[in-house]
Design a protein around this ligand. Structure first.
Ligand SMILES: *Cc1c(COP(=O)(O)O)cnc(C)c1O
Length: 392
């Protein structure tokens, strides 16, 4: 069966140019960058080049980039490391209700350790309430962490406005840009962003590698204790192949940002138009314009998203739902909940995240399958409803 992958917000395949650059490091050039001999020096050069590529893409200095095991680690480190290093200034952190669990759970942990955390609301399109940010900022606020773009509904935040407010109030601003790097233009120095998280496997790089940018002068406590790697802040032998792959992936994605995003936006909007034209009671979740070029999140009325996902999977189409099954009960997405989406529509939400290689023909095929599947599911749902009715 010809399979179609529409779950690029979950992970992406490695770009061929990325793999080509990684191969020597996985084979002949295996040195430890901390070794002083020629093997080590060679490995260090690979790491330096990758660091420099990422710095160039983000608009910062090389020594402001720290390699990690992925965005989960970068987020854990940013929140705890920045909060702890600035504890003497205050204990208040501001974030939003729609952040990735790696931010939310870290904040909850800090709350148990005596920090105060404010979780900002979002509007019905998933935009963080700037009025609330201004309202809740106080003399003891030390950190603001707001994601650049949401992984579920694709809404892109007004990062510049938030960065300006943070700067004016002298508060550190961190952003989880895992979905945004390589998709939208970001220049951390120009924008006044103090810290930023990113991950390899979300932008056609390898899994298990990411980076944290921290502006020089912003203090952060170390994350791993041990050797002197990553400027003494994140110990552990460097994942050289992963780092090389990450560097190349960030370089390629920022290089191709205009062509890719233009193509993706056209296909995304075509897909949304076709689905809403051919299937009634279909609603777009997230911001209609200020959204990731590859994100389509749709709620289908009278349809269970999980069932639709499974049906599409049988057709070889990979998508994901806004809900996660936990201990038998289906919990709706915290993002859709925060946006005030009605529970039955949140239950019917499906996320389609396109790759730049997807074709119009593939999209047409997905639309035709969607029409079939949604119709089937609605028939079943109507039947069970009428049966329940008879039992009364
Ligand atoms: C995927 C993702 C993460 C976690 O990244 P990993 O590298 O898989 O740990 C964090 N934040 C956002 C917004 C993501 O999409």
């Amino acid at each position: 069966m010809n399979r179609i992958y529409m779950d690029n917000a979950a992970t992406t395949p490695i770009h061929s140019e990325v793999l080509t650059e990684m191969m020597p490091v996985l084979t002949t050039d295996f040195g430890n960058p901390n070794s002083l001999h020629s093997f080590g020096r060679e490995a260090k050069r690979y790491v330096d080049v990758a660091r420099s590529r990422i710095a160039k893409a983000l608009g910062c200095d090389d020594n402001e980039i720290y390699f990690t095991s992925g965005a989960t680690e970068s987020n854990n480190w940013a929140i705890t490391g920045l909060a702890k290093a600035n504890r003497h200034k205050g204990n208040h952190i501001i974030t939003s209700k729609i952040e990735h669990p790696s931010i939310l759970e870290t904040c909850k942990k800090l709350e148990r350790e005596g920090y105060r955390v404010t979780y900002l609301d979002v509007d019905e399109m998933g935009m963080v309430r700037i009025d609330q940010l201004l309202h809740y900022l106080s003399a003891d606020t030390i950190l603001i962490s707001i994601m650049a773009a949401n992984n579920e509904v694709g809404t892109i935040q007004n990062l510049q406005a938030i960065a300006n407010i943070a700067k004016e109030k002298n508060v550190i601003f961190h952003t989880d840009a895992t979905q945004a790097v390589g998709a939208i233009n970001l220049n951390v120095h120009e924008m006044g962003i103090d810290a930023l998280s990113l991950s390899g496997h979300k932008l056609n790089g390898p899994k298990g590698v990411g980076a944290l940018y921290v502006h020089n002068g912003v203090v952060i406590t170390p994350f791993m204790n041990g050797g002197e790697q990553e400027f003494g802040l994140r110990a552990g032998t460097s994942n050289v192949a992963g780092i090389v792959g990450l560097g190349k992936a960030v370089e390629i994605n920022t290089r191709d940002i205009i062509t890719n995003s233009k193509k993706l936006r056209t296909l995304r909007d075509y897909f949304i138009r076709e689905v809403t034209k051919n299937i009634d009671m279909t609603y777009l979740n997230g911001h209609p314009i200020q959204r990731l070029p590859n994100n389509v999140n749709l709620s289908f009325g009278m349809v269970d998203g999980e069932s639709l996902m499974c049906m599409l999977d049988l057709e070889g189409i990979a998508v994901s739902t806004g809900s996660a099954c936990s201990s038998g009960s289906v919990e709706t997405s915290h993002v859709l909940q925060a946006m005030g989406i009605a529970p039955d529509l949140a239950q019917g939400a499906v996320r389609f995240s396109l790759s730049k290689d997807i074709t119009k023909e593939e999209i047409d095929y997905v639309v035709s399958k969607l029409v079939e599947c949604v119709e089937k599911l609605r028939k079943i749902s109507a039947m069970t409803k009428s049966q329940v009715g008879k039992e009364d």
